[in-house]
Design a protein around this ligand. Structure first.
Ligand code: SAM
Length: 411
């Protein structure tokens, strides 16, 4: 087994159809739409497949549904919360697509629009951008069918041209901004396009969700001519630590790369959540959905939504219930130990802050209901005590370990 960066390679984890040596790149490009590389960044032998634009919207692929399982459930609680700020709400889907798939399922612009029409009617404006005229026209029709033309601007343009214009307008406008960026390939979202949005004053609400095609990033590393683009997307050339085309990729490399990207976002004061999208459980992630917000509530909400989306995807594909219950118990005791650790470090921490500390350390590993259950279990087992004005074990209750020197035994 080959060793690198001090860890062993897990050769059983591979991108489903991603070549693992540079020589394999031209002939091994997959057919599916979501791993296409844009023409501008390609050697001539791997020219962009025009079929992607045509076939992508024929039916929604299972892994694409995971993106919806994040954006869809996020919008209602997000909108009902931010509307209280009183500022106009600006919703942007910069790589919007047709809006409706051949199988009738809704794409991101319509998920966003329908949630906004329902939860914040009259309080929002939306901008949907499409380079492809056919996609633009189809989306425009879907918007008209919903009688939403007054609040939606569909633009037939390149997102790269519109986003800087939008960023300039939003830099001094106090609007609450939610932006969704789901291009086919990563070179469409270079960091310098994101940066002006990240630099908006912290008193304005700015949330961005990016779908990052990590499979393409790995393949781009295989050809020197893409290296500058890679650095532009990730805002650093440190990616060379993780993207070495001579080696098999491992789960650690993929996570390392996404961690590097998240670190860049954190420099602007953003809290970052990430969720891998795999074609099948056991395969390396082809994509990551990456959410960024300055608000802790957004991170906590995304934690639960991404946890649910990810585990539903795993559960649907591998219904190993017996194993799951054993795993659940093991998880419970790891979790109890985690809660112990947080309380040992911060005695008297409020329950909500303890949860935030947990999510910051282990994003998407636990659901908030499991955390509350763990706190309750530990209180019932007299491993922790709480102080609260109402006498109830709620978010404001301050938590203390009864015996800080003791390990958790509750589960
Ligand atoms: C992955 S799809 C988006 C899918 C969409 N989020 C959904 O849920 O249905 C990417 C879309 O971006 C469009 N696109 C590609 N390059 C673009 C660009 N430079 N500017 C704007 N749209 C672009 C493609 O034509 C396609 O419709």
């Amino acid at each position: 087994m080959t060793m690198r960066h001090g860890h062993s390679f897990q050769t059983e984890f591979r991108f489903s159809d991603i070549p693992t040596s540079p020589s394999a790149i031209p002939s091994a490009l997959p057919e599916v739409a979501d791993v296409v590389i844009e023409q501008s960044a390609l050697p001539i032998t791997v020219a962009r497949r025009p079929s992607t634009e045509k076939t992508f919207f024929e039916r929604k692929r299972p892994w694409s549904k995971m993106k919806d399982a994040i954006v869809g459930p996020y919008m209602p609680p997000y909108l009902t919360k931010v509307v209280r700020r009183g500022a106009p709400i600006e919703l942007v889907d910069a790589f919007a697509g047709r809006g409706i798939y051949g199988d009738g399922s809704l794409g991101s612009p319509l998920l966003i629009l329908e949630a906004a029409m329902r939860h914040v009617p009259g309080r929002f404006q939306a901008t949907f951008i499409n380079r492809n005229l056919g996609h633009h026209a189809a989306l425009q029709r879907a918007v008209e069918q919903r009688q939403a033309e007054r609040f939606v601007t569909c633009r037939n343009a390149n997102a790269e041209d519109v986003l800087p214009e939008l960023a300039r307008a939003m830099s001094s406008r106090p609007d609450t901004l939610f932006m969704y960026l789901d291009p086919f390939g990563p070179s469409k979202v270079p960091f310098d396009v994101l940066e002006p949005f990240l630099q908006r004053p912290a008193r304005f609400s700015t949330e961005i969700v990016v779908v990052l095609n990590v499979a393409t990033l790995f393949r781009m590393a295989g050809s020197q001519q893409h290296h500058a683009t890679l650095s532009r997307v990730l805002n650093t050339d440190e990616w060379q630590r993780f993207l070495d085309p001579r080696y098999y990729r491992s789960e650690e490399d993929v996570n390392g790369l996404v961690g590097l990207y998240a670190d860049q976002l954190r420099k602007y004061g953003f809290l970052v959540g990430t969720c891998p999208i795999r074609k099948r459980p056991g395969l390396l992630a082809n994509f990551f959905v990456i959410s960024m917000s300055r608000h802790a509530d957004a991170l906590l909400l995304m934690n639960d939504i991404m946890y649910t989306a990810y585990n539903q995807f795993l559960g649907a594909a591998t219904p190993l219930d017996l194993f799951a219950s054993a795993e659940l118990l093991a998880q419970q005791s790891r979790f109890d130990a985690e809660v112990h650790e947080i309380l040992r470090q911060s005695p008297g921490i409020r329950r909500v802050d303890a949860w935030l500390a947990c999510v910051t350390r282990h994003f998407r590993r636990y659901h908030s209901t499991a955390f509350r259950a763990a706190v309750r279990r530990l209180a019932d087992a007299h491993e922790l005590r709480f102080v609260s004005a109402t006498g109830r074990l709620n978010d404001d209750a301050q938590l203390f370990l009864v015996n800080p020197g003791m390990q958790s035994v509750a589960s």
